[in-house]
Unconditional design. Structure first.
Length: 101
């Protein structure tokens, strides 16, 4: 929850969790715990964070601002505030590119 609150520092980029989506995904998480490649110990903590991130309600505009923050080395181009350290933003972009994003 702290990471979601921190990410909310990007104005208008994080909506609330969708309780319906969160409950549905949580009910079906059993098989995901069997994937040690994605979820390393403690698996339950990682899986909970992943499930919560997947249940956030976002608009296209929200996602565009998030992308702009990464493209701008961690600085929100709307209000010029630093949301992420430059090094972290660059690491995230590198991982995203390696995944074809």
């Amino acid at each position: 929850e702290k990471k979601i609150e921190k990410a909310a520092a990007i104005p208008g980029t994080f909506g609330a969790e969708s309780p319906t989506t969160l409950n549905s995904e949580t009910a079906n998480n059993g098989d995901k715990l069997k994937s040690p490649i994605i979820f390393k110990s403690p698996g339950e903590v990682a899986l909970d964070a992943y499930t919560r991130a997947c249940s956030l309600k976002l608009t296209v505009q929200d996602i565009a601002v998030q992308a702009a923050v990464f493209a701008n080395d961690g600085v929100n181009p709307i209000n010029d505030s630093r949301v992420l350290p430059k090094k972290i933003a660059r690491h995230v972009v590198t991982v995203m590119m390696s995944c074809g994003m």
